[in-house]
Write a new protein. Structure first.
Length: 198
């Protein structure tokens, strides 16, 4: 039998190609925090607008545009702007609830500090009509797909994709930067009556 995996959901992995400098680490670690359900979050929801994160923001911008080119292959020039960005702190025995990112096109999670003990988990969005007991899951039956929380790694994904983080079982605080984006430019086509200027 020949098997086809239809309509895959693209998750992009990008690696920051240098170590963090002291200014970046000091800013991230010492940012003002507040509670956020199961973990801590920065009080600043536009964290990428801060000068110490300028190089990291540039890396994000290049990665997002590369993702758009490879996934969407647009015929018109479009750009992607950051709408909101924040820092997550997942201390020992903390996690991150199941959620999506409404009002966003592409979202990203970038790991600053982690020992891989609290992976990010993406959840299957396909409806389950019949739950058949399996000997072993296949890519077509799995409900959750974990990705290691590796330092200096950025994951990009469609903002509608549900995700969560299980309880951090290590003593190290897991630190990540998250962001949302939206596109500007021309989408759709005039001939198809779907043209939209954003």
């Amino acid at each position: 039998m020949e098997m086809f995996g239809l309509f895959p959901i693209p998750v992009g992995k990008y690696v920051f190609d240098r170590d963090f400098n002291q200014e970046e680490l000091d800013f991230i670690i010492n940012v003002e925090k507040k509670s956020n359900q199961l973990n801590l979050i920065s009080k600043d929801f536009y964290i990428l607008d801060n000068k110490p994160l300028k190089d990291i923001k540039t890396f994000f911008q290049k990665s997002v545009m590369d993702y758009i080119q490879k996934v969407h292959n647009p015929c018109y020039k479009i750009r992607c702007k950051f709408t909101q960005s924040w820092i997550n702190f997942c201390e020992s025995k903390q996690g991150h609830h199941y959620h999506t990112h409404p009002n966003s096109f592409i979202s990203g999670v970038f790991y600053v500090k982690s020992d891989k003990s609290a992976s990010i988990q993406f959840h299957n969005v396909n409806p389950i009509l019949l739950e058949i007991a399996t000997k072993e899951h296949t890519p077509f039956t799995v409900g959750v797909r974990p990705f290691d929380s590796e330092e200096k790694v950025l994951y990009l994904f469609p903002s509608y994709l549900p995700h969560s983080v299980p309880t951090n079982t290590s003593e190290q605080t897991r630190i990540s930067i998250s962001f949302n984006t939206f596109i500007t430019g021309t989408i759709g086509e005039k001939r198809g009556l779907t043209e939209l200027e954003l």
